[in-house]
Design a protein around this ligand. Structure first.
Ligand SMILES: [Zn+2]
Ligand SMILES: [Zn+2]
Length: 251
């Protein structure tokens, strides 16, 4: 295929925080390469958001999870259920996430659908757990996690996805870390969480912190997601690109 024609589509399906601020869905982004389709996080509203875009659960090949907070992974059981009954799938589904991913998804699925969760899935469901550091190859995508400061006792990852010669960096939920500067080097898009404006904490980012470091990021395009109430209230003052649900970009 002609290099010039290869493009990767990135669709923002969920750009809200845990509280659906701005009436936006929970964290979820779709990356589509010429060969496969992946989700970057899968919040509880993921299936709804996919359907609004005309996408079905059985079109998703991979789910890359930044961390195991409900607003980032609680949509996985709905995708599993839809893959059994709504749009049955036979092709495998692979989830890449931090340590504990497989057990937490099983626990949640069991809590939500006790009977159904006892039955074997009619498709191959694989979880690959990572502490970050190593590159994981799935189909034509490579994902590499790196640990970010967000939770005390569990691992939170930022994720870098490389596919079809394009690279997408996703912060997940994180406090400030210099690693964001390093990881953003030579990336095409950096999807960065922006929870706060006037509040500064060490486990989430605030807009002034992002703005003061904007010129240090090596990404071609910076897009803010996980928008919290403070940021929504002062969006007119935000000079970075702010995503909203349904936004689609060619990487
Ligand atoms: Zn979150
Ligand atoms: Zn979180």
């Amino acid at each position: 295929m002609d290099e010039e024609l290869v493009s990767v589509n990135l669709k923002f399906l969920g750009t809200g925080d845990a509280f659906n601020t701005r009436a936006q869905c929970h964290a979820c982004h779709v990356v589509r390469s010429p060969e496969s389709t992946a989700l970057l996080d899968c919040g509880p509203t993921a299936l709804l958001a996919l359907k609004k875009e005309g996408l079905a659960a059985n079109e998703i090949d991979f789910i890359f999870l930044s961390h195991l907070h409900g607003d980032h992974f609680a949509g996985v059981p709905f995708l599993m259920l839809a893959s059994v009954y709504d749009t049955p799938r036979t092709k495998p589904l692979t989830v890449v996430g931090p340590p504990g991913t497989e057990a937490r998804i099983a626990e949640l699925y069991r809590a939500m659908y006790r009977d159904i969760s006892q039955r074997p899935l009619p498709f191959r469901f694989t979880c690959i757990e990572t502490d970050g550091g190593e590159a994981i190859e799935v189909g034509d995508m490579q994902v590499r996690g790196f640990q970010v400061p967000h939770q005390q006792n569990e691992t939170s990852l930022g994720l870098k996805v490389v596919t079809a010669g394009k690279s997408i960096l996703y912060s997940g939920d994180t406090g400030w870390t210099e690693d964001l500067v390093e990881q953003s080097e030579d990336t095409d898009v950096f999807i960065c969480e922006c929870c706060f404006f006037e509040t500064r904490v060490d486990f989430h980012l605030d807009y002034p912190r992002i703005a003061e470091n904007r010129d240090r990021f090596g990404c071609k395009r910076l897009v803010l997601t996980h928008i919290g109430r403070e940021v929504a209230d002062r969006q007119a003052e935000v000079e970075c690109e702010v995503s909203s649900d349904g936004m689609s970009i060619e990487v």
